[in-house]
Structures are given as structure tokens and as C-alpha cells.
Design a protein around this ligand. Structure first.
Ligand code: ADP
Ligand code: MG
Length: 618
């Protein structure tokens, strides 16, 4: 084309496209849901802008927020169009080729290892999956602020952009014309597209329309001829019949019905949002599917659990929260700095944002889901929304519900209760067995961070803590279980910190405690040291680090006697040790075989904490 401007793809993007083009990945279907998801995002954007500027949607067809799919079998073209925000010339250049997203190289790396393309959408490069099925793609786009342009590429390292002077004007939005490869002919079959939309895009919140063929009965005049050669010849062969026909002609109309193919728009998805439905009417299967659409994760793994509820009162909202099946990418990376978008926010069914940090605290950012509120204003800026007083109430309720949901994972786990009160484990609960341990291994760190960050819910979170102890025999146990096993007269909850259970088991600090049959918690995660600076007590019991000053194991009559008889030795130790490094020397009853031990002062760092701090400054 004469007015085409050529551009080269950014190197990482080019590499990604090469990999996709040459991929042997068998599930090529995924391209469709990626393009539909982009269309849906574009529609969300224009709808959001239209909240503050009604004019922006335009009128007539332009105002219809929908997605359309058309098939051109003859030319082997599948097109997907939306009436979303569209792209300016500059958008086309940046978004589709020259600016690599942060996820690009991460995804390229992952691809090279696993060859699994399924997660492409999560890495922010879903568009390029179109080259799984195409050898040539045209993107026609019209943004309100610019003319209509065509982006095109054969994925040969370059793309071209031209002002569109030949296609029909789009009004607004984007049309992707996919020139299918020979072996991708199945995507020209209507039933295939219907199946894929049902499977992957059922919960897109805009109608997805297919220009679908339909067999209809049409009346045609009986003599103008649609009759087959055979019929004709049989008629003319018999004089008698001809006479009869003439007679019948008086009674019967001179028309007949034939099948004809026509086309019309057919809606393929169920546009009713799942979160507006009554939870009783939504099946597990539907929640699973909804989860996959929501997080753009189409692996076979199902969410661990979910909570779907309506909050009523001053602030009304509906929400669905999910515990994902695995730890999200980058969850703990730059934990305190990065924006952690976790929940999608809708206001009266209108998508507002998925980068709204005010909905959940950081420690719950592993949860996925959405919130739709009628109590928030629609036509204000994002900044004003972020400061809206209802948000605090929403956040508070969401945290409660989230913690209840996590608690339920434990409550339904027979492994957890079996230990508690020796209940018989029924076999229909088998699939729930070990589910809390699974949760804990993946997200336990988040619960610990919660105890540090969230003073209001500290006790609720502490209930969710699991750890091993000197008596847990390799299993996880809880504070409630620990307390139920406490010896009579034991006031404090004993714990020790270190790098591993194996190392701690040999610790001289445990000698006497073990001998006296006290249970001691092992805390072996670096974050545990911080955790225990915040978790001072639980159910009126104090925590006592057994390597620190203050351990009380009950007094004995001999204590005083011992103190007296070792007075001189103690004095001698004091005079030679107390100074910069040693604060005090004391007789104690905490040891058994070991003659002496270095103890940390009550408010000082434990030896383990010293170690952690040192490794951090190195
Ligand atoms: P992501 O959707 O995660 O951002 P994609 O690779 O799927 O990544 O799309 C890249 C970008 O291209 C999008 O962020 C968007 O800016 C733009 N884009 C793609 N499809 C459309 C569309 N139908 N309408 C408007 N913009 C689009
Ligand atoms: Mg996308």
C-alpha cells in the first residue's frame, strides 16, 4: 500500500512471535479467548469513560457495547470486532509491537522451558497468540481522537501502519481480521466458535454475537421452479397426474416451502453476571469457569475455594472471592512497593478498575475476585473514588469474609478435626483431606504477614497459624491445639526459632522442657522472628521464646540452695564476662545436661534474629 509506514517489532516481541509461530503447542484455541478478552477490555474502557462524558459513546450502532464475530469461508478470514475504545495510530504502534511489556521476556523464558502457552494472557502479551492460527493479521482501528488506521503484519519481524482509506468506516472500535493458516480451517466452523466461546468466554460481560447461518423455510411459488429434475420428469410422464394437478390447483396455493440459508446475529454467551445471581443457583462448575475467565488462567487447576456473598446495610455490595490453586507469580516480590491489583471493582455492573489497592490489605493480595457496589458513585474520578468513605466499610467486610473463607478450608478438612477430637473420618470427605495443609504451604506466609500488618484481625489470623512442635510428629498443628495440650500450671506458650526443625531439636534450650514434657513450637521461617515481635499473646497466654530470658518452669525448693552454693562461681563469671557483650550471669533451671548456655535478654534480638539481620546486610 502506498501510504504504509513500516516498523520493526521490539526484539523481545519479535522473539515471542517467532516462538508462537513455530510452536507445536496443540491448544491453538486460546487465541480466540485472548482476542475476545481484549475486545472486552476495550469495551470496559469506553464504558468507564462514558460515565463522565455521555457524548463519548456516540449514537446508533456506535453506542452498542458488543463484540461481533464473522466468518468468511471463501477467503479464510475470521474477524472479531468490538465497539470499544479503539486505538489511535500511536496506540497501534506502541501496544502492538514496539513497546515490550514487562511480562514479555518472563513469558519467553517460560515458553522455552515448558512450551505451555496457556498462561499467555497473564503475562500481558495475549494478542500475539493470534499467530498460532494466522499467517497474516490486519487490525483495523478507530479511536475517537484519531482517524481510522490499519495495522498489518505477517509476523516477519515487521509491521505496517496505514491510514485506512479503503475499508468501511468502523465508527469506533477495533476489528481484527485473521487470515487463517490452511491447517486452522476449523475456526471457520460456526459450531467450533460456539463451543469455544461457551468454554472460555462465557462470562464476558458484553454480548458476543456470531454472524450465524440459519436454515429457514421460505415459501416460493410452486411453478417457478425449485422442483428437481426427477420430479419434473415423473410429472410429465403421466398424463393422468397432470390432469389431477390441474384439478388440485384450485384448492392448493401455488407456493411451496424450501430451505434457504440466511444469516443473523446470534448471542453466544450468557451476559448475566454470575455475581448477581443467587449463590444457590450457581454450580461449582460455573464458579470454576468464572474463576478462569476472571484471572485469565485456563489451566485445569480449580480454585481451592470461594466465597460469594451480598453485603447489606449502609454499604451494599456483592462480591466473589477466590483462593487460587497456586501462588500467583511475583506475589512476594517487592511486596511493600508494588501495586498489587487483586480484586476487580465494579460500580453498578460497570467495570471500574483492577488496580484498586484500597479494597484489600496487601497480605490478602493473593486472593482473586471482584466487588460490585451500588453504594459508590459512578461519575467521579478514580482519585475521588479511592477516598470514598464506603470503601473502608467494604474493605472491613471483605477482610472478615476472606478470613472466614480461609477458616472454612480448615474446618472442612478432616485432617484438622480428626486430630482435634478424634472424630471418625468419613470417606466422602476424602477430597478435603489435607486441604488446609495445602493452603498453609502455599499461603501461610501471607497469614503471617497479616499478623504483622493487621492489628485488628490479629487474633483471627493467629487462629489460622500452623506450625510444627516438639510433639506434633511431623504434622501441622494450631495454637488452639497447642493450648488444649498445655500442662496444668503452664502459663506461657513456648516457642523456639531457628533455621530448621532438625537443628532446633538438638538445641540445649529444649533439654529441660522436653524432660518435663512441655510442648515447644518450632518457628523456622525467617518471617517468624518478625511475626513474634507482633504476636505477644493468644487467648490470654503469653508467648515465651525459650532461648530468651524469662523462662519460668516452676520454682523448686532447691533453687535458693543452688544459688547460694554457686554464688562465688557466678561472681567470678560476672567479673570476667559482663561488659560489652554479656549483660548478666544467672543460675537457672532451664538446662539438663548442658552446663551453661547463652540466653538473649527479653527485649533483645534472639540469636536467630541476629543471624537473619546479618544475612540481610551482607
Ligand atoms: P493485555 O491485554 O494483557 O494488555 P495483549 O497482548 O492482549 O495484552 O494486548 C496488548 C494491548 O493492545 C492491550 O493492552 C491494548 O492496549 C491493545 N489492544 C489489543 N486489542 C485491543 C482492542 N480490541 N481494542 C483496543 N485495544 C486493544
Ligand atoms: Mg489481552
Amino acid at each position: 500500500r502506498s501510504n504504509a509506514e513500516k516498523f520493526e517489532f521490539q526484539a523481545e516481541v519479535s522473539r515471542l512471535m517467532d516462538i508462537i509461530i513455530n510452536s507445536l503447542y496443540s491448544n491453538k484455541d486460546i487465541f480466540l479467548r485472548e482476542l475476545i478478552s481484549n475486545a472486552s477490555d476495550a469495551l470496559d474502557k469506553i464504558r468507564f469513560l462514558s460515565l463522565t462524558d455521555k457524548e463519548i459513546l456516540g449514537d446508533g450502532d456506535n453506542a452498542k457495547l458488543e463484540i461481533q464475530i464473522k466468518l468468511d469461508k471463501e477467503n479464510k478470514i475470521l474477524s472479531i470486532r468490538d465497539r470499544g475504545i479503539g486505538m489511535t495510530k500511536e496506540d497501534l504502534i506502541k501496544n502492538l509491537g514496539t513497546i515490550a511489556k514487562s511480562g514479555t521476556s518472563a513469558f519467553v523464558e517460560k515458553m522455552q522451558k515448558s512450551g505451555d502457552l496457556n498462561l499467555i494472557g497473564q503475562f500481558g502479551v495475549g494478542f500475539y497468540s493470534v499467530y498460532l492460527v494466522a499467517d497474516y493479521v490486519e487490525v483495523i482501528s478507530k479511536h475517537n481522537d484519531d482517524k481510522q488506521y490499519v495495522w498489518e503484519s505477517k509476523a516477519d519481524g515487521a509491521f505496517a501502519i496505514s491510514e485506512d482509506t479503503w475499508n468501511e468506516p468502523l465508527g469506533r472500535g477495533t476489528e481484527i481480521r485473521i487470515h487463517l493458516r490452511d491447517e486452522a480451517g476449523e475456526y471457520l466452523e460456526e459450531f467450533k466458535l460456539k463451543e469455544l466461546v461457551k468454554k472460555y468466554s462465557e462470562y464476558i460481560n458484553f454480548p458476543i454475537n456470531l454472524w450465524a447461518s440459519k436454515e429457514v423455510d421460505v415459501e416460493v411459488p410452486a411453478d417457478v421452479d425449485e422442483t428437481s429434475e426427477e420430479e419434473k420428469s415423473s410429472k410429465t410422464s403421466s398424463e393422468e397426474e397432470n390432469e389431477n394437478e390441474d384439478e388440485d390447483a384450485e384448492k392448493q396455493p401455488k407456493t411451496k416451502t424450501v430451505k434457504e440459508t440466511t444469516y443473523e446475529w446470534e448471542v453466544l454467551n450468557d451476559v448475566k453476571a454470575i455475581w448477581l445471581r443467587n449463590p444457590k443457583d450457581v454450580t461449582d462448575e460455573e464458579y470454576n469457569k468464572f474463576y478462569h475467565t476472571l484471572v485469565k488462567d485456563f489451566s485445569d487447576e480449580k480454585p481451592m475455594t470461594w466465597s460469594h456473598f451480598t453485603a447489606e446495610g449502609d454499604v451494599e455490595f456483592k462480591a466473589v472471592l477466590f483462593v487460587p490453586p497456586k501462588v500467583p507469580r511475583d506475589l512476594y516480590e517487592s511486596y511493600y512497593n508494588a501495586n498489587k491489583s487483586n480484586l476487580k471493582l465494579y460500580v453498578r455492573r460497570v467495570f471500574i478498575s483492577d488496580e484498586f489497592d484500597e479494597l484489600l490489605p496487601k497480605y490478602l493480595s493473593f486472593l482473586k475476585g471482584l466487588v460490585d457496589s451500588d453504594s459508590l458513585p459512578l461519575n467521579v474520578s478514580r482519585e475521588m473514588l479511592q477516598q470514598h468513605s464506603s470503601l473502608r466499610t467494604i474493605k472491613k467486610k471483605l477482610i472478615r469474609k476472606a478470613l472466614d473463607m480461609i477458616r472454612r478450608i480448615a474446618d472442612e478438612d478432616p485432617d484438622e478435626s480428626a486430630d482435634k477430637d478424634n472424630k471418625e473420618v468419613s470417606s466422602d470427605n476424602d477430597e478435603k483431606k489435607g486441604q488446609y495443609a495445602n493452603f498453609w504451604n502455599k499461603f501461610g506466609k501471607s497469614i503471617k504477614l497479616g499478623i504483622i500488618e493487621d492489628a485488628t484481625n490479629r487474633n483471627r489470623l493467629a487462629k489460622l497459624l500452623r506450625f510444627q512442635t516438639t510433639k506434633s510428629e511431623g504434622k501441622l498443628t494450631s495454637l488452639d491445639q497447642y493450648i488444649s495440650r498445655m500442662k496444668s500450671g503452664q502459663k506461657d506458650i513456648f516457642y523456639i526459632t531457628g533455621t530448621s526443625k532438625e537443628q532446633l531439636e538438638k538445641s540445649p534450650f529444649l533439654e529441660q522442657l522436653k524432660k518435663k514434657n512441655y510442648e515447644v513450637i518450632f518457628f523456622t521461617d525467617p518471617v517468624d522472628e518478625y511475626l513474634m515481635q507482633y504476636l505477644m499473646d493468644y487467648e490470654d497466654k503469653k508467648f515465651q521464646n525459650v532461648s530468651k530470658e524469662g523462662l519460668k518452669l516452676g520454682k523448686s525448693a532447691k533453687d535458693k540452695e543452688l544459688k547460694e552454693s554457686f554464688k562465688d562461681l557466678t561472681k567470678w563469671w560476672e567479673s570476667s564476662l559482663v561488659g560489652e557483650n554479656v549483660e548478666d550471669v544467672k543460675i537457672s533451671n532451664r538446662l539438663d545436661n548442658t552446663p551453661c548456655v547463652v540466653v538473649t535478654s527479653k527485649f533483645g534480638w534472639s540469636a536467630n534474629m541476629e543471624r537473619i539481620m546479618q544475612s540481610q546486610t551482607l
